[in-house]
Design a protein around this ligand. Structure first.
Ligand SMILES: [Zn+2]
Length: 255
């Protein structure tokens, strides 16, 4: 096996490594989450400086190391200038990157997750509403990690979901029928509109979205339910969530 290889990657996180180096957490198409080091990045003449920042899509030349692989060359594929110029879009990207970092295992290929994160960054670098993008992202993230919420049938017994208000358990897999609901610890009562939105986020695509599909209240309810699903998998609130909520435009507040 060659000791040198190339890979595309999304930079999730970076910290210091020694005096001049950085320790990177990358998300790659073939190996999922990978840690790597880059040496000399903080030296003035480094060719790597500026190419290994979080939220960049990059192509890397890597050398296999004894413990950690080493980045020897880096080229930026997408710098996401629009995203970086907008604090709310940047906060949304940090939130997504943190979720992928925390909820994925090292060295476990998940091409769907890679494509999901890359697709999100690409769209955040445009005009689509960050909130809308995050709802689709959260719903697919849950699915690609193996926690696709049941929205059409009771998560416990499989009975078809009843109409109107839905009994929804974020920690117990989704919609519950009235007989199974008492056994779930965290039932949320969702309006029919919010359930419809969750179904749309799961089965539809962001390009099919139209403003008149939802009321602000329905959107907020569906956002709260999705956030609770993510939280059920990882009890610590993402650090980036505080920033996201602080810089969110007032019209889009989420409880
Ligand atoms: Zn049931």
């Amino acid at each position: 096996m060659s000791r040198v290889y190339t890979t595309d990657a999304i930079v999730l996180r970076r910290g210091r490594f020694g005096e001049h180096g950085v320790l990177l957490t990358l998300y790659t198409p073939e190996d999922g989450k990978v840690s790597a080091i880059a040496k000399g990045v903080h030296r003035p003449a480094s060719k790597l400086a500026g190419h290994l920042e979080p939220l960049l899509h990059v192509r890397l030349l890597m050398a296999k190391g004894r413990n950690l692989d080493v980045v020897t060359q880096a080229q930026v594929i997408h710098a996401y200038g629009v995203l970086r110029d907008d604090l709310y879009r940047t906060a949304a990207a940090w939130y997504a990157v943190e979720l992928v970092d925390r909820m994925s295992e090292s060295r476990q290929e998940n091409r769907l997750l890679y494509d999901l994160l890359l697709g999100l960054l690409n769209r955040l670098d445009g005009e689509t509403s960050p909130d809308l993008l995050l709802r689709f992202f959260e719903m697919r993230l849950l699915a690609y990690l193996g926690y696709r919420p049941a929205l059409w049938r009771c998560a416990q017994c499989g009975a078809a979901a009843e109409g109107g208000t839905a009994l929804f358990s974020p920690g117990n897999g989704g919609v519950h029928c009235s007989e199974c609901a008492p056994g779930a610890p965290d039932i949320l009562r969702l309006s029919g509109e919010a359930l419809g939105l969750l179904r749309f986020f799961q089965a539809g695509h962001v390009t099919q979205w139209k403003e008149d599909l939802a009321s602000p209240a329905g959107l907020q309810e569906s956002a709260t339910a999705l956030r609770a699903c993510v939280r059920a998998l990882d009890e610590r609130a993402p650090r980036s969530l505080a920033l996201l909520d602080r810089v969110r435009p007032a019209a889009m507040a989420i409880d």
